[in-house]
Design a protein around this ligand. Structure first.
Ligand code: HEM
Length: 256
């Protein structure tokens, strides 16, 4: 127990500093980077619905492995979800190390953020809060994607979003994940990139602008896609469960 507590704070039993915290820090940054890049790709992928049902259908089949398999296999999606879910859990577990655990620590952090008007501290609080909420919201989504990967498609996804009321969860998760990912990338640069930057002050200013612009653009894209899924789900509500077939056709059951 004593070894564990000492190790957690980066001190060996003999009193020497351990290299474990640096390693864990690096792991947290790498897992965060992978997830942030994944999220940017994910927003573009789900936005294929903006190009039409056929575009989203074709993309769904591609993710089911049609590029290298004879016929679509939804298990390929489950496999990808398993990898992302594992990285997500690892990232959250590593981040929890830095959460204030006692009320007194919260007070210190709160007072620090309020009195210093220090952007970086405020951004850390935004990260911690959005990350905490995302752990619950994203887990529901990832569990569904893991267990029913065959129920993804222009109608299946829209039915889930509109008729199964998943839009509530997605609307909340969307802003959390966009802000968390973009603030995360900004903080990653401050942590690892700024030391070798010849003009850190200017870079920080530019990066802040890039971060805000990216949050706005991704939000417009993500919420437009969500609204489109909702419209399709609404129009399709009487035929809930019916699956989409390209070329405006419809197929029943799991033929999609
Ligand atoms: C490999 C892992 C993932 C897969 C296969 C996946 C798949 C999908 C699919 C197919 C949709 C469309 C709606 C639906 O069918 O229910 C969707 C929407 C969404 N996903 Fe994921 N997802 C994954 C990971 C994540 C993660 C890690 C997050 C956030 C932490 C996330 C956040 C969202 C949000 C916010 C939406 C609504 C987006 C929109 O309507 O444009 N997803 N996802």
């Amino acid at each position: 127990m004593r070894d564990y507590i000492y190790g957690y704070f980066g001190i060996s039993v003999e009193g020497r500093r351990s290299s474990k915290p640096a390693l864990l820090d690096r792991l947290q940054s790498i897992s965060g980077l992978i997830l942030a890049l994944f999220i940017v790709g994910h927003i573009f992928f789900t936005s294929s619905i903006l190009l039409g049902k056929d575009a989203m259908y074709a993309e769904t089949k591609l993710f089911e492995g049609t590029a290298f398999l004879d016929k679509p296999q939804p298990i390929v999606v489950s496999f990808a979800v398993l990898i992302i879910f594992s990285i997500f859990i690892l990232h959250a577990a590593l981040a929890m190390r830095k959460f204030p655990v006692r009320y007194r620590e919260y007070r210190v952090l709160y007072t620090h953020a309020a009195t210093l008007s220090h952007l970086e501290t405020k951004l850390w609080i935004v990260q911690a809060l959005s990350g905490f909420l995302m752990f619950f919201l994203a887990s529901v989504h990832l569990y569904l994607m893991l267990t029913i990967p065959d129920k993804i498609g222009p109608y299946a996804s829209s039915d889930r979003i509109y008729s199964d009321r998943m839009w509530i969860l997605y609307a909340l998760l969307m802003i959390m994940v966009i802000v968390h990912a973009m603030v995360g990338l900004y903080r990653l640069y401050l942590k690892w990139g700024i030391a070798s930057d010849p003009n850190p002050r200017r870079s920080r200013k530019v990066l802040k602008m890039v971060m805000i612009t990216a949050i706005l653009l991704l939000s417009v894209l993500g919420y437009s896609a969500l609204a489109t899924y909702m419209r399709i789900g609404y129009e399709h509500r009487e035929s809930y469960g019916e699956r989409y077939l390209p070329g405006n056709g419809i197929v029943k059951g799991d033929m999609e």
